[in-house]
Ligand binder design. Sequence first.
Ligand SMILES: [Zn+2]
Length: 771
Amino acid sequence: MLRHLLLIWCMLTAAHARPQSTSSYSIIPQPRSITCTTDTFPLSASTLIQFNGPCESEASLLKITLKEAGIANAEVVPWAPDERSENIIILSCGATSTPSPEELSFLPGNLGKLPVSQNSGQYSISMNAQAVHVKASDAAGVFYAIQTLRQMLFQHTAITGRILLPCAQIQDQPAFVHRGMLLDCCRHFMSVDFVKRYIDLLALHKMNVLHWHLTEDQGWRIEIKAYPKLTEVGAWRIEKNGLRYGGYYTQDDIREIVAYAQKRHVMVIPEIELPGHAVAALASYPQFSCTGEPIAVQNDWGVFKDIYCAGNDDTFTFLRTVLDEVCALFPAPYIHIGGDEVPKYRWENCSKCQKRMSDEKLSSEAELQTWFINRIAAYLKEKNKQIIGWDEIIEGGIPERAVVQVWRDMEHGREAASDGHSVVMSPTSHCYFDYGLQSIDLEKVYAFDPVPTTFTAEERALVRGGECNMWTEHAPQELVDSKVFPRLLAMAEVLWTYPKTRNCAAFRARVNTHQKQLQSLGVQSGFAEIPVTFTQAPGWYGMTKVTIAAVDPGTTLTYKHMPLEGGADDPRGFIPVTHPIDVKGACSIRVKAKQPTSDHETEITRYFVSHEGMGKTLTLNYELNSYYPGGGKDALIDGRIGSTDFRDGVWQATQGKDMQAVLDLGALRDISFVRTRWYHYTNAWIFRPEEVRYEYSTDGVTWKIMDTIKAPGALNTLNEQLPYSYAVEAEPGTYAGRYIRMTAINSGPCPPWHEAAGAESWMFVDELEVR
Ligand SMILES: [Zn+2]
């Protein structure tokens, strides 16, 4: 509350003192404490930068920052007492510059015992008309102060080489020590410049870890001198279109990137996946797989059964040699060894692996995996490196000193923490930036709490922080920005500030301001949420009226309307959205939305149908499933039809139950057409109904059968993701009724051939159309 009062006060006083400008700053992540004053500090080419303590490198970065803001040629010199008392920026770093405990009273109380290393990154900025004084406990703190200044400077334009920077007093420090982003350069390769650019973007938002995913089934990306085939063979795959795709980082590239990151206080943690996600390595050196058979670098996404052979001692010689070179390249105290998604099929069928299990008295392949990882961890410990692994590494017992990175449920983090292991949180629920905005939008990320309330104080203290994960199966380099931004801003603020209460509206306002700075840096930011809303209602002459609106008024929308059952597409192509659209029959509406501050454009398609049932009275004789309500109790007559994605929110489902719905048309009608559409996707346990019965009635009491439609064809193993249509059509005058009753019979448990044989199957329906 105090901070808010101060901000309001400073805006008010600024308004009195300097009616031409505002001195409230919009900074992401929000500093812990910021108090504006009415003074201004004049910045120009004659401003002197002085550094006091081991922060000369940071001082030269400040010079670059000033140049970016239009202040060229500021001089950088070591601090000397009485050299100058005006027009100076002093950067002080070291123990004597550490803010006092009183200055840190803003620390959140709900973090439990803070790790000792928490002090890294603390800084304060005090400004008056004569000087800007940055004090920090270490060089990282000086660097973060400069990032804060960089955002402040951007909000004030240089006029003829001079900026009058409104003064502020700022105190700040990070909540979590590990503030990271995973960049997957394997599924798609990213250039050296692109990786360095991401290091800059992370640093601007006070993130300090680049988790660099360097080896995968689809590509090995790091040069290993002892094993040249890893990059001659493993770095390249033949795509399904026949084209060769790939690339890798030479050891010189890696040294360049690591040095660049070090200067910006970003730790680069390499991920060398084992024992799974190793197809590219095994394509290069098949002798380290269980079968020894030649395989190709994967060109498909998923989890693959070929993994390193745990029974072959040569595998460990190979991995140790690889890790020797990796350790020499990366100064970070951590090596990420993956450990996720390890199918045990090859190990179960490999005599060498089975012999290893009996020699080592291991009772399961899960224990063999732990043994494998322990062996690697012990080797890395000799080299003074600690392992980080995905949360599956805890399954056969947690390897000693391992840091566990949680990607599944955060309870796995508790399991690790209760055993005394440090954890890094990156659950799929909030941190997977490859996911679409329908599941993880900006507000969802902003609500992320890396420290679940169920954790004890001791467990909380072991949460080092979190990461957002940018997997790139569906994101080549040119799409990465639109996935990462603006969601990264929310992640940065959660991990740095760990706000106790999240004022999302205030955060969104700062994001809007900050987008201009991202734009100036060439960031092709995506949307904060799905940018378009569609609402539909019964229209004139039995048509459906669809209203399309942009969530952010700055978004440019165009659309194209396409009939699904005959009729021509709109010959005009995509045209501006100016008024509601009337649709007749079934159609798709494709909307292109253009982001206001970048070139990013996205396309969103929705499906609609017009029919007489819309807006009438529907009674469901089944309970809505909480995961798939399909839009609620009137979803079957809302005029929306589903896409080929059963999770699109339009499909309504039940599991193991029949479905019956009664529609009251309000008056006696001649019924000539009734149709329902049913999803069929056996991999997801979704089966079309055994039969659908349509009945009609004049009073809702006595029913007559219109038709009973059996499932089209015998139940088979078809796995298409397609709807089946169950329709009845009649000549006019055949059926006169006010009520229609639809009954769908579930096809029973998953059949014997199914992987989930005997489990209750699902039925998914989108609309009950009546004409
Ligand atoms: Zn084996």
